[in-house]
Write a protein that binds this ligand. Sequence first.
Ligand code: ADP
Length: 193
Amino acid sequence: MLNIVLFGPPGAGKGTQSEKLIERYHLAHISTGDLFRRHLGEGTALGKKARSYMDTGLLVPDELVISMVDDKLQEEQDTKGIIFDGFPRTIAQAEALDVLLNNKKIPITGMVALDVPDEELIQRLLERGKTSGRTDDQDMDKISTRLEVYRSETLPVANYYQQQSKFVTINGVGSIDTIFKKITDEISKLQQT
Ligand code: ADP
């Protein structure tokens, strides 16, 4: 199985590259941001709990995220592999994912990080906010909060995978196709190790 964690700050291009990777490798996609937005749209109990965190750019509490991912993993039993997008976003989530996957005897192949400077991220997010309808992309305070949360809570997750020699980083600035090529090259190397 090919199980890739696509990592990077908000606006790094994880969603865009996920779509291309899914098509190339026929993988399932677990995007916790998308899953939460669906719950929000459908007005579920989980959506109601997550809303205030998402509206301010803070992380939804780990236990809610982890149980949602657990449910989603149950649905994806027969897949060739999974792209994790926007998850794990804390060390607790990374540890919980390992437990969930170990129980199913399926390891993470590797984490691929997209490196993009803050100025570019801010520009991309504000641009996306004009058409996405996402209120968290339309407000500089919310964007700043998300970038701060990324640095303080999410960045340590890179070390977690680095310690397992499963971490690669690539330049996330350039054309979508150039970046995609770099990601697939790294995936080939990860598959050989
Ligand atoms: P982005 O990467 O552009 O900030 P996402 O679509 O991944 O956006 O997530 C949107 C929001 O959903 C986050 O700001 C956060 O509130 C919530 N969220 C998504 N994934 C997680 C996660 N793994 N842990 C906690 N909160 C999450």
